[in-house]
Design a protein around this ligand. Sequence first.
Ligand SMILES: [Cu+2]
Length: 115
Amino acid sequence: MKRIIVITETLLGLSNQAPSAAAIVAKNFAVGYTKANDISQKSFTVKAGEKVRLEVNPTETGAGCMSSIMVPGLWNKPEPRVKGKKIVMEFTPQRAGAYKITCAMGVPRGVINVH
Ligand SMILES: [Cu+2]
């Protein structure tokens, strides 16, 4: 975990600043979204205590059950999927487990595995 944080700091040019673990994203995922295929990556693996950034870039606007995305337990606010409108969810999982990626109604469409 320390090694990843150091690399991230170097990339951001922050290496001469005081390390601030809470501000550093350890895992950064950027996925697409279409109506036909839903999110382009459906399974994610992260570590407890590491800050995660999950970015969703919808190229189509979702409808009905596909119109929102959330991660109950990690990101509890349903985010609307609107064409061209980037969704950014940042969270730091504290406990191991399999957290479902769902719509606002709770229908599962992916999973974040926290180890
Ligand atoms: Cu739904």
